[in-house]
Ligand binder design. Structure first.
Ligand SMILES: *[C@@H]1O[C@H](CO)[C@@H](O)[C@H](O)[C@H]1NC(C)=O
Ligand SMILES: *[C@@H]1O[C@H](CO)[C@@H](O)[C@H](O)[C@H]1NC(C)=O
Length: 333
């Protein structure tokens, strides 16, 4: 197979996935600049397919579940915020634009936001917000879900507020969307299906003289299991209506992970957003794929896809805070 047809094959295989990630962060409605402070997911893929940019993480015991593939690689910038600030994460699929589809419209599921000191430690991720199934529907409609009916319909905006009085310091925000369209079975039971996780991390520095410490939280990986009813869930069986698949449908959706911390703001409000600054598209996928690294966890080298890269990458999270420096690792741009 020639190079270009191998590439086309890689692109076609990639179409099965949604590739959604955060392109920018607004603080109180002001854009901080495209990709600033964001640990851009590098590269991932289903076993045997060679991988693709930001395919979902499905392995619940992989370190990739923490901050996505190469999530240990710092962004050069950190976003400064104060307690009470309103953050809007700007999720997109192909381009940072209101016409972008944000996430494939089949990818029904919950959205979740966690915060942890940077770097994370054992049980350091605390949940700030989540939203799942918020309006039931009747078969064959899956109902209204946070990812497809809220975030995607609101041009990719996911909102969260920095907790009141939060102690100053460096934190990581782990924002996530989960696609449950193949989640009626676990990845452990059937690796070509299973829930699709799209975690993405943002580096923030909280300023001020707050004295509120985060409580004990959960670990990533660790917080989710293949037995969780919110991880193995049939979105098309979410109503009382009988479906062809099952006669006993669960009518409520239990969002994975812990409850939301009582110190988090109960309400998240969409604040008016100013103009986006900086780039609104990313480099062409073909250049990105060639430059990418691969993770040993998910990559199986296939002859036809050798152009995608040859380096195995093993995440190495520091246990102490490191001041971000310009990134020199492969796979990021
Ligand atoms: C999931 O990740 C763990 C930890 O990296 C690894 O040992 C295991 O082989 C992975 N499972 C699959 C099916 O890729
Ligand atoms: C965040 O949004 C809330 C609700 O709209 C508003 O009351 C608050 O003043 C905002 N915070 C800042 C720092 O602008």
């Amino acid at each position: 197979m020639c190079r270009s047809s191998a590439l086309i094959l890689a692109l076609l295989q990639g179409q099965a996935f949604a590739h959604t990630f955060i392109w920018g962060v607004f603080v109180n409605g002001v854009d901080q600049g495209s990709f600033k402070g964001i640990r851009i997911p590098a590269y991932n893929g289903a076993p045997g397919q060679g991988g693709y940019n930001n395919s979902p993480v499905k392995n619940l015991t992989s370190i990739d579940l923490r901050c996505n593939v190469m999530g240990d690689v710092q962004a050069a910038d950190t976003i400064k915020v104060a307690p009470g600030d309103n953050l809007t994460f700007d999720w997109h699929h192909d381009k940072r634009s209101t016409t972008d589809d944000v996430i494939a419209d089949s990818h029904h599921g919950p959205s979740l936001v966690y915060i942890s000191p940077d770097p994370p430690t054992e049980n350091s991720f605390v949940k700030l917000w989540h939203s799942g199934l918020y309006e039931e529907s009747t078969f064959p409609n899956p109902g209204k879900w946070s990812t497809t009916s809220d975030i995607a319909k609101n041009q990719g905006s996911m909102n969260v507020r920095i907790p009141k009085g939060l102690k100053a310091g460096h934190y990581i925000i782990r924002a996530e969307m989960i696609g449950l369209h193949e989640g009626e079975v676990s990845f452990e039971v059937n690796p070509i299906r299973g829930a699709q996780f799209y975690p993405n991390c943002v580096q923030i520095e909280v300023t001020g003289d707050g004295d509120v410490e985060l409580p004990e939280g959960v670990s990533f990986p660790g917080a989710y299991s293949y037995e969780d009813p919110g991880v193995v869930y049939d979105v098309y069986c979410s109503t009382n209506t009988k479906t062809t698949k099952s006669t006993s449908c669960i009518t409520t959706y239990p969002i994975p992970g812990p409850t939301v911390w009582s110190g988090a703001y109960a309400e998240t409000t969409q604040v008016p957003l100013a103009q986006v600054t900086g780039v609104t598209t990313h480099p062409d996928w073909s250049t990105w794929i060639k430059k990418s690294a691969v993770t040993s966890a998910t990559y199986t080298n296939k002859k036809s896809l050798t152009i995608v890269g040859s380096q195995a990458y093993t995440a190495s999270w520091s246990t102490t805070y490191q001041t971000p420096a310009p990134n020199t690792k492969v796979g990021h741009w």
